[in-house]
Ligand binder design. Sequence first.
Ligand SMILES: Nc1ncnc2c1ncn2[C@@H]1O[C@H](COP(=O)(O)OP(=O)(O)OP(=O)(O)O)[C@@H](O)[C@H]1O
Ligand SMILES: [Mg+2]
Length: 352
Amino acid sequence: MAECVLQLKGINKYFGKNHVIKNVDLSIEKGEFVTFLGPSGCGKTTLLRMVAGFYEPDEGEILLNGKRIEKIPPYGRNTAMVFQEYALFPHMSVFDNIAYGLRVKKTPAAEMEKKVAAALELMQLRGMEKRFPNQLSGGQQQRVAVARALVMDPEVLLLDEPLSNLDAKLRESVRVELREIQQRMGLSTIYVTHDQSEALSMSDKIVVLKDGIIHQVGTAQEIYFEPKTPFVADFIGTTNLLKLTGSGDGEVRYGNIRIPVSRSVSAGVVYHASIRPECIKLAEKPVEGMVHVPVHIENRMFLGEKVRYFVRDNNGKSWIVDMFDPGRDLLEGDVYTVFPAAKVWIIGEAEE
Ligand SMILES: Nc1ncnc2c1ncn2[C@@H]1O[C@H](COP(=O)(O)OP(=O)(O)OP(=O)(O)O)[C@@H](O)[C@H]1O
Ligand SMILES: [Mg+2]
């Protein structure tokens, strides 16, 4: 079994009456890159700060290499955190900012210089070591903050939206490099973001949070293709959420349209299901062997590599359909959405 570096057990956190983290259980393996993903205010920073030691949980245990750490202050844990608002020391140069933790640990000068130089190189900050934070752009400050954490060789590296101020191109390249060094060093990392493409592209494991509750923990593909709640299905990528009724015999129905499913379903029970826009095509006629739903095209957006159609069916439900390699002739009027039954993912029973 893989070695577990960090464990959260039954974590609860309140701010006054506001219950912001609810019964969180999570374990992180050594060398794993784990992303906390969720909308603004869902508790990502709060959870990260508890791991770093800046907040104490009201209930629960945090174990680092099997030892309880909830009562240990930040500097006594072997974690390093990059804050959402970078928190650089304004009166210190870039070099001194990055070297700060190493100085506190009384690292020999030669080793310190080597580590700082490597971090400067990595974060594409070479030549800026003498500048002060107010002489840097937001993106450069953010990279200094990452470098400052990296040089510490922490047991767990904690990054709170560390690339949010970088322009798209730089973000992409720093993302790739960060992931590469994380893998090379075998650095256990928790990365916070609300950018789903960042989460999907970087993570070994994604933790999807909403209102302080973990909705799902899984690989990028599990989260994308096998969402466990309607929230996860809708938050990651774009999807069509449907309500389908079990009709027994391995079949669900959408109105009077039958859809065979490979999991067991109970007759009369209503299920949430999801089908991605890229799994559907529009056609003027029903297609043999496929599910087809008559729809009316209401709107469309030409996006170059694809056309995104907004269509509505006879139940009044609107669908999104992405047609790739669209050519110049766009569809209009009454058509069918056409898709293989296997592309319909049954999320679970609907409450009502
Ligand atoms: N120090 C604090 N005192 C009181 N309430 C707080 C405090 N910090 C956070 N909260 C509240 O706790 C909840 C979770 O906040 P948190 O900062 O963890 O969210 P987040 O997921 O990091 O959001 P964002 O993506 O906007 O950074 C929010 O409702 C927030 O208002
Ligand atoms: Mg935050």
